[in-house]
Design a protein around this ligand. Structure first.
Ligand SMILES: C[S@@+](CC[C@H](N)C(=O)[O-])C[C@H]1O[C@@H](n2cnc3c(N)ncnc32)[C@H](O)[C@@H]1O
Length: 264
């Protein structure tokens, strides 16, 4: 990193809040910092660092600016159809447990869409013993919304009508059925930190998250995902994301358009 004032600001945020901002792509990071600096009327990274000391609530606002939580149920419906047919339904037809990790889950629409498809494929009664969906994000506010499981009309517009009628309250707000919501286990987790996930997964979903990270961080994460999957496990990335680095050799490409990969 060329700019010493920026480097020192990032070092401060990391020391004081444990946020590894240096893992984010620089142009993206600079844009978001510029938004916050404009909002507070400061013109240099040094002044912004002093502001963080004077007004520590600014840390939360910086985090909000960095974590873009845009999401909805069944975002990119055509990709969901592929994952339902190629991953979820075959897994649920066979005996055995299904462990899924939704990494960068925002306010829950993505892990709950997975839970809805699992519930639709079987009886909800015994499902909790078989299906576990870990949902992690860096943003506590997003996880609080996930726990509420209550959504506005725009969030649920891609939910197939039969699923909406069966598993949501009449809305708005649309409140998700408790048995479906309980399949999802939220946890605060920063993907840029070197910490292995707890269990092996059959499916890892990480969509529209790694795009913000620099190349080295993405490569490290892809290898961590490969390590965290069982043989035959799937990795599903966002439409604009590319799998590269050493981990690329470990995966087979299942569906190029939908960025679906599989370990042999
Ligand atoms: C655009 S949303 C994607 C939500 C969902 N995966 C989807 O595709 O609809 C990106 C999410 O990544 C989260 N995020 C950003 N940096 C992160 C990090 N270092 N660790 C974990 N989550 C992060 C943000 O808080 C945000 O909720």
């Amino acid at each position: 990193m060329e700019d010493p004032a920026l480097r020192s600001l990032l070092g401060k945020v990391e020391r004081e809040r444990g946020l590894l901002l240096s893992s984010y792509k620089q142009p993206c990071l600079r844009r978001r910092l510029a938004v916050r600096m404009r909002a507070r009327g400061v013109h240099s990274y040094g002044d912004y660092a002093s502001l963080l000391d004077r007004a520590p609530e600014e840390y939360e606002l910086l985090l909000d600016a960095l974590t873009i939580n845009v999401t909805k149920f069944f975002r990119n419906p055509e990709a969901w159809a592929v994952v339902r047919e190629r991953v979820l339904e075959p897994r649920l037809r066979s005996a055995g447990r299904l462990a899924i990790w939704s990494a960068g889950c925002a306010s829950g629409e993505e892990p709950y869409s997975l839970a809805l498809l699992c519930a639709a494929a079987g009886e909800t009664g015994g499902l909790a013993a078989r299906v576990r969906i870990d949902a992690t994000d860096l943003d506590p506010g997003a996880l609080a919304r996930l726990r509420g499981a209550s959504y506005a009309a725009a969030a649920v517009e891609e939910v197939p009508p039969a699923l909406r009628a069966r598993f949501f309250s009449a809305g708005p707000p649309y409140v998700l059925d408790g048995a479906v919501a309980r399949l999802v286990h939220p946890r605060l987790h920063d993907l840029t930190q070197e910490r292995a996930p707890r269990r092996p997964y059959q499916l890892i979903v990480c969509r529209n998250v790694v795009i913000y990270f620099d190349r080295a961080t993405q490569e490290r994460l892809f290898s961590a995902f490969a390590d965290a999957l069982t043989p035959g496990g799937h990795l599903w990335l966002g439409k604009v994301e590319t799998l590269f680095g050493p981990a690329r050799q470990r995966f087979e490409l299942v569906e190029p358009r939908e960025r679906l990969f599989r370990l042999p």
